[in-house]
Design a protein around this ligand. Structure first.
Ligand code: NAP
Length: 313
């Protein structure tokens, strides 16, 4: 039988490392199972300008290195392991990395979410260099520019509206001729004079150059209803075709919405299973910011600490 940990934190983005920092400072000697993409979504972000405390901005990977160091300073142990299965049927809870079993009195799930991408090679090439999946994070870099946003849901409409604050012109390209977005969001986008819709079309290729610096120069669009392709000059591409929470290994045990976002009790990080807590984007499809994830990691750590204390653990 394995040693029983006081607290295991699954995931290593802003939520996970903040939970590790707080539980570390509480003397709980947390074990962080960092997951397949240690550092989380910020590892694929270039400049972060909206995290308080960095007046000059900071690179995403650098910020996550700082988060990790700060957690380790208070005793967090970070292991580059990916959880493959959990068993929350009894306490202590069981967590598996392949055949290896871990046990913990408290578990904090901070596995985050991943933006869905179109699936083009050029999307990866220009990711962070004109291609983004977060208008709130990167819209500011496109002041006075022309951008295109892919998607027809609420996120695409919300982000298109947001982008018009910075951009000269925002095209929304949608693969059908009706939107999935709610009526009110549709109307807001359609009434915005800076937004133009391109219906029944998909981004087929993102065009760019490496000189003088790597940047996007345009897109090739393809019609979804006729045999037609065309190119369009563009400065930036925002992909807003949804996010997927990294919750697959937990949904058997925990309540979740139809998209897989984990449920927690109101105003807390408690799930319906005692000793299992959630924080960050895996349970939040609304805010999805590093700072809100970090805040909820702190909440989960405090909830876990109180839970352990109440049980004399
Ligand atoms: P969503 O509702 O799933 O919409 C995704 C959109 O992307 C759809 O229009 C879909 O097209 C399109 N799409 C999917 N895969 C694609 C692909 N490979 N290529 C091109 N287009 C693709 O996702 P979401 O907009 O992120 O919203 C997620 C949830 O959050 C929803 O429940 C939404 O209501 C909620 N939300 C609410 C607010 C708000 O109320 N303020 C804001 C944001 C999000 P099809 O329509 O053809 O399937």
């Amino acid at each position: 039988m394995s040693n029983v940990e006081k607290v295991i934190i699954i995931g290593s983005g802003p939520a996970g490392y903040t939970a590790a920092l707080y539980t570390g400072r509480a003397g709980l000697n947390p074990l962080v199972l960092a997951g397949p993409e240690p550092g989380g979504q910020l590892m694929i972000t270039t400049d972060v300008e909206n995290y308080p405390g960095f007046p000059e901005g900071v690179m995403g990977p650098e910020m996550m290195e700082l988060f990790q160091k700060q957690a380790e300073r208070f005793g967090a142990r970070v292991q580059h392991d990916t959880v493959t299965r959990v068993d929350f049927s009894q306490s202590p809870h069981r967590i598996y990395v392949g055949d290896k079993e871990y046990q913990a009195h408290a578990v904090i799930i901070s596995t985050g979410a991943a933006a869905k991408w179109i699936g083009l090679e050029s999307e990866k090439t220009y990711g962070g260099f004109g291609v983004s999946a977060c208008a709130t994070c990167d819209g500011f870099f496109f002041r006075g520019k022309t951008v295109i946003i892919v998607g027809g849901g609420d996120t695409a409409m919300e982000e298109a509206n947001y982008l018009t604050r910075h951009c000269e012109k925002v095209y929304v390209v949608h693969r059908r001729d009706t939107l999935r977005a709610s009526k009110i969001m549709q109307e807001r986008a359609m009434n915005n004079p800076k937004i133009e819709f391109i219906w029944n079309a998909a981004v087929d290729e993102i065009l760019g150059t490496d000189t003088p610096v790597k940047h996007v120069t345009g897109v090739r669009l393809t019609s979804t209803v006729e045999d037609k392709k065309w190119e369009m000059p563009i400065d930036g591409v925002f992909v807003a075709i949804g996010h997927k929470p990294n919750s697959d290994v937990f949904t058997e045990w925990l309540g979740h919405d139809e998209n897989g976002y984990l449920h927690h009790k109101p105003d807390s990080s408690h799930t319906e299973i005692e000793g299992v807590f959630v924080s960050g984007d895996v349970a939040d499809h609304v805010y999805r910011q590093a700072v809100t994830a970090a805040g909820s990691g702190c909440m989960a750590a405090i909830d876990a600490e109180r839970y352990l204390e109440a049980r004399g653990l």
